[in-house]
Design a protein around this ligand. Structure first.
Ligand SMILES: Cc1cc2nc3c(=O)[nH]c(=O)nc-3n(C[C@H](O)[C@H](O)[C@H](O)COP(=O)(O)OP(=O)(O)OC[C@H]3O[C@@H](n4cnc5c(N)ncnc54)[C@H](O)[C@@H]3O)c2cc1C
Ligand code: SF4
Ligand code: SF4
Ligand code: SF4
Length: 1002
């Protein structure tokens, strides 16, 4: 494994393209080739482009194959990766260099290749595009534009290295690489169907007539102007100069970031002070425009550069990184507006800065073009995302000249400040990764089901597919196979599955929970009418379940379904536990809870309500062999106040639920103390009680650091609950709660910032204080039965079965874990039930796989935009059938799909990888594909330079390979029996030699 990329020769590149297409119908993994509309072209620099969109100077324009993949998906304007005089190994880039999970960050800034090598990549790409446009009929061979990007100071630009780069980009005819491209194409002419020698002869060697100047932060205005003048007058290049968000001033940028929730992005004002000032920019641009007009050249600005910010939370190595993506958009459009106003909309803007499918129409309609993208292409779907962007732009009328619509631009600036799209979640992000390591083979997985996702392994892709096809009964059968509470979980499950959903990297996680409810609502009656009642097994032992909440109901359902006799003892008059006694009815109705209760009843479980369960000895005496305790966690922690007392949250919720929120004995000002989900419920109930003037929530941290789920926080905010953050309650006297004001200190191990006392105090009006600072389990209850507990008072049990020290006695649910969740209660119930009898709840494992792989593949790279009419269920990417996120997101195409005996497997190609780290961000496993997938090396030296498991083909004809599997390194012959290497890997190597030999050539 090395971060040095090795470019592929033009001959190998052409061979790769043609062979891959022949084999798999793809080119560098691109499945859907974009055909340009021949009627649409836009003129710029005296050239034509079919779509005014493409990749920004960055990871997607570094290697020839990157540019080719961009073209194939619809790009027609290419801003080539910046070159500057310091290059190659003299410019070490810390790795990983990209972090693009949400807003983007990078620490690389110009090509990692030597400038002559970068030049060759651009020429090869240009040549190949000329061939592919014709061969695959993708558009006019003259329908795209290459735009150079150079940095950073005039001295560097005037070095022979950069001067010759510029000159040879303007005319490559006499360069060796041009001759090499021509020779390779001629040699391969028989492989082409629409290209002949005449066509080759007329390929235009004038690769670029334009340049974007990228100067370092702090570059003095006079230097920027000198360089631009040099480019205009001495190099005769159409010129864009890059402008920075720093033109907005520190105050504006800081305020905007804070208001949008990007308050954690750290930067001070030094770049704002050092960079080009707006007052200097306007006259400078005016002079340069005049000079360009004199030279009959285009001049414009590139808006914007990425934004330098501090590395504050180990996002990337080093101290400074460059921010891009959705957080940059509000700043970049504001710069666009500010400059456009100054030039009455006549200044051409080449735009980049958070452009994506959601704003492309607005940008283009505001008169902004060309538009380049980077961060959106780093996310799953990647290059293929360009097609959708190109389709939007081509559906709009193309302008004939530069004229920005200042009103539309103004609206865009306002929109960017208010749209949810540009707002960061109020909560700390949860890792999308599952807690599992990447296997070498067969890695496709649905992360919604993985460890850290759904605790009961619901067959999510299966039921989403059924719902998307309108097959609700099939979907509900899938759901209840593992989940006895479809209504309760369909309504109030905390849905950990959604935190892992791959679709979050598109336009948002799928509402998996909502789809479950949809299936339940549509098909429940039919399911009840058609289900067969289980018959009780003869001689089966009896089980008593103590507690009829989610855990107890689930255990009873699963056992009863297997024909086991079960009785639930519930002390409340109703089954349902917290769901029927505590959770407010506006969150889940009793009618819904009742449907789930009836499901368990249908299975044959006996219910004994209205009195506490008999003692363990009595249960045994009544013939119950197994006893499952599912008593919840109802003990309340007390809020310590120097004066006055708070009421208990569970009592408050229970009383208001029983009273149907008709009376209000609590006063006009109700203060809830706490920051968890129970606190949100209390505050929301309080806000609804008659006569309440204000329901407030007091918490010692801020919203971002509250434990409540994001959804619950937003619902409380929507209900008008007043959030009083960073307050710690001290005493309650005379209708006022005195609180100490806190401030946030260092982060603790959970990543949350610790609240620190300030010694300052404030008073909050409070007729009643509700304490929602957490519940605990009733340790004493267990101890008096003889169940062993640990030092924290939790029950000691076998983690696989939840059986306690007492034989056949189990503890599950909140009573086992402490306050937890409904779905975890079901998970516990499943474990205990499985310890008692064989539970058949995996009928639909295979249904998660779509037999037609083309269906999930066709969804990749297509974002669902508002108004598209695509249902939640239909958005599922069916990740267990097809993942390939690492293939998508690699800018360099260094992860490929190899079809081994009909099954797709991922192979990493060492020489194409620069260890940018992007595939590690999006692989659902807690692993990095570029380190952990089986790797193809193209030289022995590369093989030994790496610790990756993988192989180097020493002799393809003889099938001789140098292989590393685990710690073992050996030379093997695939024609002979090899004992110590898994067959799957042997098959993979053989397949690569036989069918993917184009990957082996240099
Ligand atoms: C206010 C609040 C809101 C919540 N919101 C959510 C949410 O939105 N989503 C989510 O996933 N989770 C939520 N939870 C957590 C969730 O309710 C629990 O994790 C879940 O109810 C645990 O199920 P359980 O069966 O273990 O316990 P419980 O629901 O507490 O059920 C225990 C049952 O045992 C009965 N019992 C106790 N002792 C005896 C006895 N000796 N004899 C007979 N019966 C007995 C009790 O009456 C009760 O009915 C919330 C919790 C609270 C407090
Ligand atoms: S896209 Fe579908 S299969 Fe993939 S994680 Fe989301 S719900 Fe699961
Ligand atoms: S394989 Fe991964 S680390 Fe390597 S270049 Fe591609 S995305 Fe970056
Ligand atoms: S991202 Fe790649 S390596 Fe990771 S699971 Fe998906 S296909 Fe496998």
């Amino acid at each position: 494994m090395s971060d040095i990329m090795r470019p592929i020769s033009i001959e190998a590149l052409l061979n790769w393209i043609l062979e891959e297409f022949k084999r798999s119908g793809t080119i560098f993994g691109v499945r859907r080739l974009y055909k340009a509309d021949p009627k649409k072209t836009l003129a710029l620099f005296g050239e034509q482009m079919e779509t005014p969109v493409g990749p920004a100077a960055g990871p997607h324009t570094q290697l020839a194959q990157n540019i080719i993949a961009s073209y194939l998906t619809g790009s027609r304007f290419f801003e080539l990766k910046t070159v500057q005089t310091i290059d190659g190994e003299d410019l070490p880039v810390a790795k990983p260099c990209i972090s693009a999970r949400d807003e983007g960050y990078n620490v690389e800034w110009s090509t990692e290749l030597r400038v002559p090598d970068a030049y060759q990549e651009y020429v090869k790409a240009w040549f190949v595009l000329k061939l592919l446009s014709r061969e695959f009929d993708l558009g006019s061979p003259n329908g795209f534009i290459f735009n150079m990007s150079v940095g950073y100071d005039l001295k560097g630009i005037k070095t022979p290295k950069i001067q010759s780069y510029i000159d040879q980009m303007q005319d490559a005819a006499q360069t060796p690489i041009w001759a090499e491209c021509m020779a390779a194409a001629q040699k391969m002419l028989p492989s082409f169907t629409r290209i002949d020698a005449d066509y080759l002869a007329q390929i235009d060697p004038h690769i670029s007539r334009s340049i974007t100047l990228s100067t370092l932060h702090g570059c003095p205005p006079a230097e920027i102007e000198r360089i631009a003048l040099h480019l205009l007058t001495e190099k005769h290049l159409n010129t864009f100069i890059k402008c920075n968000p720093t033109l907005l001033g520190f105050e504006y940028a800081r305020r905007t970031m804070d208001e949008l929730g990007f308050d954690y992005i750290a930067f001070d004002d030094h770049h704002f002070v050092d960079d080009l000032q707006f007052a200097d920019a306007v006259p400078m641009i005016t002079r340069l425009r005049a000079k360009a007009a004199e030279q009959r050249l285009n001049f414009g600005v590139k808006i914007t550069n990425t934004f330098p910010v501090d590395v504050a939370q180990n996002e990337l190595p080093g101290e400074e990184m460059y921010m891009s993506g959705r957080s940059l958009f509000p700043l970049s459009v504001a710069v666009a507006k500010k400059l456009s106003d100054a030039f009455h909309g006549e200044l051409q803007i080449s735009y980049s800065g958070g452009a994506d499918i959601f704003n492309i129409k607005d940008l283009f309609e505001a008169g902004i073009w060309p538009i380049t993208v980077a961060t959106t292409l780093l996310k799953p779907g990647s290059y293929q995302r360009i097609s959708q962007i190109a389709n939007v732009v081509t559906s709009l009328p193309y302008p004939t000249h530069v004229q920005l619509d200042l009103l539309k631009l103004d609206q865009l600036v306002t929109k960017a400040k208010h749209q949810a799209l540009y707002q960061k979640s109020i909560k700390l992000p949860i890792s999308p990764k599952i807690d599992e390591k990447l296997p070498l083979l067969d890695c496709y997985t649905a992360p919604c089901r993985g460890t850290g996702g759904c605790p009961i392994d619901q067959d999510v892709p299966a039921y989403l597919r059924y719902v998307s096809e309108g097959k609700y009964l099939d979907a509900l059968k899938v759901i209840v196979d593992r989940n006895p509470l479809p209504f309760i979980t369909g309504t109030i499950c905390v849905h950990p599955c959604q935190t892992k959903c791959t679709r979050q990297f598109y336009e948002g996680s799928i509402d998996i929970r909502g789809v479950k409810l949809e299936a339940a609502e549509h098909a429940y009656d039919e399911l009840m009418a058609t289900m067969k009642k289980p018959t009780i097994k003869k001689d089966a032992v009896k089980t008593a379940v103590v507690g009829g909440g989610p855990a107890g109901l689930s255990a009873a359902y699963l056992l009863a379904r297997e024909g086991m006799p079960v009785t639930i003892f519930e002390k409340d008059a109703q089954m349902g536990g917290v769901c029927s006694q505590i959770v407010p009815e506006f969150r889940i109705s009793m009618a819904s809870v009742q449907k789930d209760i009836d499901l368990t009843k249908f299975m044959g479980a006996e219910f004994k309500n209205g009195q506490a369960a008999p003692s363990l000895a009595d249960l045994h005496a009544q013939g119950y062999t197994n006893v499952i305790y599912a008593i919840g966690a109802w003990h309340h922690r007390n809020l310590k106040l120097a004066q006055g007392t708070a009421i208990n949250s569970l009592e408050f919720l229970k009383a208001t639920r029983q009273d149907k929120m008709v009376h209000n004995p609590y006063g006009e000002h109700i203060v809830v103390v706490g920051g968890g989900n129970t606190a949100m419920d209390c505050a929301r109930v309080a806000s609804r009680l008659p006569g309440v003037k204000k329901a407030s929530l007091v918490y010692r941290r801020n919203k971002r650091n509250m434990p409540a789920d994001e959804e619950e926080l937003y619902l409380a905010l929507d209900d008008g609950v007043e959030f009083l953050e960073l307050l710690s309650p001290v005493s309650l006297e005379n209708g006022e709660l005195t609180c100490e004001i806190m401030e946030l200190g260092e982060r603790d191990t959970s990543g949350r910032r610790k609240p620190m006392p300030t010694g300052k105090f404030t008073k909050v009006p409070a007729d009643t204080v509700v304490s929602a600072v957490g519940e605990t389990i009733d340790t004493h209850y267990y101890q008096q039965i003889g169940i062993a507990t640990d030092a924290r008072g939790l029950v000691l049990s076998d983690s696989a079965t939840l059986e306690t020290n007492l034989d056949h006695v189990f503890v599950i649910g909140d009573g086992n874990r402490g306050p937890a969740t409904i779905v975890e209660a079901i998970a516990d119930a499943t474990k205990a039930a499985k310890a008692i009898c064989e539970v058949h709840n995996e009928h639909y494992e295979q249904t998660n796989l779509n037999v037609d792989r083309t269906v999930p593949r066709s969804k990749r790279g297509i974002l669902v935009t508002p108004g598209s009419g695509i249902s939640q269920a239909a958005r599922c990417l069916e990740c267990s059938t097809i993942c390939e996120s690492c293939v998508d997101v690699c800018p360099n195409r260094a992860n490929i799909v190899v079809n081994v005996n009909g099954d797709p497997q991922i192979m990493h190609i060492d020489r194409m990888c620069n260890e940018c780290g992007n595939c590690a961000t999006f692989c659902p496993y807690s692993s990095a594909p570029y380190k952990d997938k089986f790797t193809l090396f193209n030289s022995e030296a590369d093989f030994y330079d790496s610790t990756n498991q993988g192989f180097y083909v020493i002799d393809a004809a003889a099938k001789e390979c140098l292989v590393r599997v685990g710690e073992i390194v050996e030379t093997i012959n695939l024609n002979e029996t090899v004992m110590d290497i898994p067959n799957g890997l042997l098959d993979m190597m053989e397949t690569v030699i036989d069918d993917y030999s184009y990957c082996l050539a240099d």
